[in-house]
Design a protein around this ligand. Structure first.
Ligand code: GP9
Ligand code: MN
Length: 696
């Protein structure tokens, strides 16, 4: 006991002595003076990462988070510390190189976050070829002043270096042993930061880093630099994984499907058997458009009419990841979810898919897809073959002129008109057919308002003044906002859908045809614009105060839930039948293949979604970031909190079970694609058949 006391006293005395030395000899000031470049490098890099989190993730938890600052500091101090191994004259280049590198990480992520509400991945590098095509959209809608604040870091470093140079303070000579000692000491300080950081981690934090799909959470916990390094590992992992972890993946796959309940026939089974099918891929069409009118005119009168006359799935979601349009197509046709890294269309187009076009082709259908954009966009030229389309009509098959171009390419009206001509021929030559028509005009940034036709999104009122005469007063309302422009663009696209239906009808192409319309994903518009939509005060031309009794809260949950897209299944003669109604159970894009398959008489036995008429109100919609939604609850896996949608209590057990379900679904789907498990399965079957044949 006495010994411990003595040792403690000795330790405290030595600490006191050292602190006194630091104070008396002005060691801190001395250190700062001799290491200005290193300190500038460290401080600016840590500030940049903190600033990025601050701009992207708005939560008090984020503002107060110390863990990512520790993690960033550890990385930057270690990287900077290694610079001391270099001769002093070479250090500036080293610090500047890394400063630019870290700054670029912040700039890219800042821009990327605005567009995708997620952080960047190197697995997306293979997609930069598409940036040219949507480049204007990105520049116009996505790049902000704040994205370039990070450049101040390297600029400050350059400025300080030139000042030091002028004062002749850079000509220091250091022995190799001295440099080594300095580097070791600095790296050791970085290691101390790293150790303290490691103590803040929970097992959940560790497992999320390995899984990498909860990007926001990882950045919030580990900072942007560790996130990005981990992303590089995670992005090359699928390639390595597809060489190694096959056995485990195959086992997971077998276990998953062994437990899956078999599909039962229901009253919708085969109701459309033998009918032709037209699918309309509605670019950026959201369900909320359908309930909006301006000055008595509906935004989407044609969608509304088709929904009223057909089967309207009003609680339908498209859980796309970074593959946006292509992820929607993938889910719709294969009942798989987007991949965790990269996109299925670009990285995994050579895999085997049990896709609707392929399965219908096996039933004697002629299957085709039509799209006015370049065939290589989203690698459709290759992927549409893998999905089993007999023919992909792309830009080269259309007459595209300056006059008929809107946004990314041929406008929806001209596209549909020319498509109908092609479908007429297909119909003459084929017994039955399945065709996907992919729209293009209603694509972000929705800025070609002069081409969308006249659809004012203001408020017009007729008022009687004191003299008794009437005059028309106009309040700007949504005019000039991004959301307002989106309404004009959607109204234009909706008009094209109306014309398509008329043209098909005139050609007699609707008589034995099922029409399916889906919105491919939401339009990614700012929440503040929705706030204006719901809380506009025309008297002051501004947004109502939050404490105003008429103020309607539009929080992040409402925004998330408001990202639903329409799904309509319609036939010419459906109106008034027992099919003609609104279906309100939550449903996902990856539930379409099993639902439609049941109606048309085909099945993908490895579908991950459900026939909605089988699963009904028990359905769960899983999003690529691990969030999920049921009729009762929306769970946010990044914040680990939920929103109850009914008065019923939500048990912890239910949350745990659904989290496990979501995680399994994402794993199995990813493994099916990465390890090409559907191909292997067919090979297994072939092997069985071959063996049977040998036996006979
Ligand atoms: C491009 C079109 C749009 O051809 O499908 O793709 P998106 O940018 O929505 O993913
Ligand atoms: Mn799209």
């Amino acid at each position: 006991m006495k010994n411990i006391k003595n040792s403690l006293n000795r330790l405290i005395n030595s600490l006191k002595k050292n602190l006194k030395r630091v104070k008396d000899e002005h060691l801190i000031r001395e250190y700062a003076k001799n290491n200005v470049l290193f300190l500038t490098f460290v401080i600016t890099c840590v500030i940049n990462s903190t600033m990025l989190r601050f701009f992207c993730i708005n939560s008090t938890e984020n503002y107060l988070a110390i863990a990512p600052i520790l993690a960033d500091s550890a990385i930057v101090i270690i990287v900077g510390g290694l610079g001391y191994l270099l001769k002093p004259k070479n250090r500036f280049a080293y610090f500047l190189g890394f400063s630019i590198f870290f700054c670029l990480i912040c700039v890219i992520n800042s821009i990327y976050y605005t567009y995708y509400t997620s952080f960047a991945s190197v697995s997306m590098l293979s997609l930069t070829q598409y940036v040219g095509d949507v480049g204007d959209a990105v520049v116009e809608q996505v790049i902000n002043f704040k994205d370039f604040l990070y450049i101040l870091g390297p600029i400050l470093l350059i400025a300080i270096n030139s000042k030091l140079k002028k004062k002749n303070l850079l000509k220091i000579i250091e022995l190799k042993s001295e440099r080594k000692k300095k580097a070791i000491k600095t790296v050791a300080v970085g290691a101390v930061f790293a150790i303290i950081f490691l103590f803040t981690l929970t097992p959940t934090d560790m497992s999320r880093l390995v899984k990498q799909w909860n990007r926001e959470y990882i950045v919030m916990k580990y900072g942007i630099y560790i996130y990005q390094a981990n992303d590089v590992i995670a992005s090359i992992q699928p390639k390595i994984n597809s060489l190694f972890g096959y056995d485990q993946a195959k086992k997971n796959f077998n276990d998953y499907f062994a437990d899956k309940e078999e599909h039962q026939d229901n009253k919708y089974t085969d109701i459309f058997e033998g009918k032709n099918v037209i699918v309309i891929h509605g670019e950026s069409l959201q369900t909320n458009l359908m309930s909006l009118s301006f000055n008595g005119e509906e935004v989407t009168p044609n969608l509304n009419r088709l929904a009223e006359e057909g089967m309207f799935f009003s609680n339908f979601y498209s859980p796309v990841s970074v593959g946006t349009s292509s992820d929607a197509e993938l889910m719709f046709n294969t009942s798989l979810l987007p991949t965790k890294s990269g996109t299925a269309f670009v990285s995994y187009s050579d895999r085997t898919y049990n896709a609707t076009p392929k399965l219908l082709a096996e039933k004697g259908y002629y299957t085709f897809s039509m799209h006015g954009n370049n065939a290589d966009f989203w690698n459709r030229r290759n992927m549409h073959k893998s999905l089993g389309y007999d023919r992909f009509y792309s830009k080269e098959d259309y007459d595209v002129t300056d006059e008929n171009t809107v946004g990314l390419g041929i406008n929806d009206y001209a596209f549909f008109e020319q498509s109908v001509e092609k479908i007429k021929k297909i119909d003459e030559e084929n017994d039955k057919w399945y065709g996907m028509l992919m729209m293009l005009s209603n694509h972000t940034p929705f800025s070609e308002v002069d081409k969308y036709g006249d659809f004012p999104v203001d408020i017009k009122e007729t008022v009687t003044n004191e003299e008794g005469t009437t005059e028309e007063v106009t309040y700007p309302y949504m005019e000039g906002t991004k959301l307002g422009n989106y309404f004009k663009s959607a109204h234009y696209a909706d008009g094209a859908i109306g014309e398509l239906i008329d043209m098909l009808d005139e050609e007699g192409l609707l008589d034995n045809t099922v029409v399916i319309i889906y919105g491919d994903h939401d339009a990614r518009l700012p929440r503040s614009d929705y706030n204006r939509l719901y809380n506009y005060d025309k008297e002051t031309d501004s947004i109502l105060d939050e404490d105003n009794p008429n103020y309607k809260e539009y929080d992040s949950y409402q925004y998330e839930l408001g990202r639903k897209v329409p799904l309509i299944i319609w036939t010419k003669d459906m109106k008034g039948t027992n099919l003609n109604k609104e279906y309100t159970n939550v449903m996902s894009m990856y539930d379409v293949e099993p639902t439609l398959g049941n109606m048309l008489g085909y099945a993908n036995e490895y579908a991950l979604g459900h026939d909605i008429f089988d699963i009904g109100e028990d359905n769960i919609v899983v999003f690529p970031n691990g969030n999920w939604l049921t009729n009762k609850v929306y769970y946010n896996s990044q914040k680990e909190e939920y929103l109850s949608l009914t008065d019923e209590a939500v048990s912890e057990e239910e949350i745990r079970k659904n989290n496990e379900y979501a995680s399994n679904l994402l794993d199995v789907s990813n493994e099916i694609i990465v390890f090409d498990l559907l191909k292997e399965d067919q090979t297994d079957e072939n092997r069985v058949i071959e063996n049977q044949e040998k036996g006979t």
